[in-house]
Every structure is written in C-alpha cells, then in structure tokens.
Design a protein around this ligand. Sequence first.
Ligand code: SAH
Length: 249
Amino acid sequence: MNAFPAGEVWLVGAGPGDAGLLTLHAVEALKAADVVVHDALVSADVLAYAAGAELVLLGKRGGKPSPKQSEINARLVAEAKAGKRVVRLKGGDPFVFGRGAEEVLALVAADVKFRVIPGITAGIGGLAYAGIPVTARDFNSSVIFLTGHDQTGLAPEGIDWAAVGKAAGMIVLYMAMRHMGEIADKLIAGGLAADTPVAVVMNASLPEMRVLDTTLARAAADIAASGMGAPAIVSIGRGNALREQMAWR
Ligand code: SAH
C-alpha cells in the first residue's frame, strides 16, 4: 500500500454504500487519515473504517441547504496546509457527478498535493445490485450517463433528448427523481417508445435498497405513488428486462 504523507488530500470514492465495495486503497486511506471530509451519501458502515479520524460532513445536497463548493474547497486546502492527512470522501466515484474535478483544481491552484482513488459508481455498481447490467450483448452496446438536474436544480438545459434516445441502448440518470416526468416526456417526444422499461433503484447496495420497475410513460406517476426519493439511480432501456432473471438480491 501507499504511505499517506501529511499535508496531502486524497480524493476517495466510497462506492454506493455497501462497505464491501470499498477498494483496498480506500480502506488504507481511511485508516491513515487525520480528517475525513465526507458528503451526505457516504454510509455509516464506510465511515466506520475511519475510526481514528475527525469526521466532517461537508457536501452539496440537491434541494437542501448545503455549503458552497468554494467553502468545501477552502476547507480541504486549510486542513492540508495545517499538515493533516485529509481524505475527501465522496459517494460512488469522485469523478462521476461528484464535483471531484472542481476540488482537484482547487488543490492544484493552492499547490496542495493530492491523489485520486476511484470508487464504484452508483450508475454501474448500484444497478448491478438490482440485477441490471449496464451493457449486455443483444440489448445495449452503449450506455450514456446523465444528470437529471443542472446547477440551478432544474432539468438540464441544452440536452438533445432525441439524440440521447438514439445514441445509447441504456440511459442511466443520476439525480433525476424530481424531474423524471419532464425527462420522460422529452425522451418520448424524441422518439423513444413509451413502453421502454425503466428501473428506479433507491439506496442501491444498502440493506434498505428498493427497486421499482416501470415504463417511460408511467415512471413519474409510479415514482410518486411509491414514495421513493433520492438517492436513486434511474435506468432506461430494454436491458432492464434482464432483471427478471438476474436480480440476485
Ligand atoms: N459520485 C456519485 C454520484 C453523486 S451524484 C457516484 O459515482 O455514484 C448523487 C446521485 O448519485 C444521487 O442523486 C443518485 O442518483 C446517485 N446515487 C448515489 N448513491 C446511490 C445509491 N446508493 N443508490 C442509488 N443512487 C445513488
């Protein structure tokens, strides 16, 4: 394993929640850290590996009051300059819809040494827990990852939804629960079949995981009726049908 020098920030992926999905590098980093600055998605089982560290919850939470990204960046830099071993721990993979790039650029600008430890992203590993393969021969040979809202919290602007529907056999949406109706309408208007299978996987990999099977046309109403909410991954595509045989959990 690698030594964790004082004064560095390691950006670590925590995976979707099941602590068994941490990498060996992530566990070593958590054990060696003086301070762990984590986001709201990191599970208690994962944080248990950082028993010797100070835990600081600092993360953006969709729709809820949350710290400014500049404050998070400044805290990481300050902790490193104070000579601490700093883990910046993010749910899933730090570079998948996690603002990891912004944080690394802030470290670069402040001349703080860093390292990146990738994690298992919810849109791949989380779906696997629901028996959904993001690629499968005969179903989908390409996959597209999209965020369901932009920085303002609205459904993302500037996306060519017709092109998205044609480009990939599997569309994986992060942070999409609030705008699912709007997104589904746009995909259907763009030519995707209204009965395209949709799976909604909430709390993927955790004991409280829930999965909803629906279709593009029914997704928003079924989500509302189910009472499901964030964090959830939405997958759209014929490959979802494999769940019938492949759901192992
Ligand atoms: N970096 C993270 C994504 C952060 S954005 C990753 O790679 O997974 C936050 C979104 O991730 C949530 O709104 C949800 O769409 C998804 N997500 C993260 N953890 C999840 C989980 N355990 N179950 C379902 N969705 C999850």
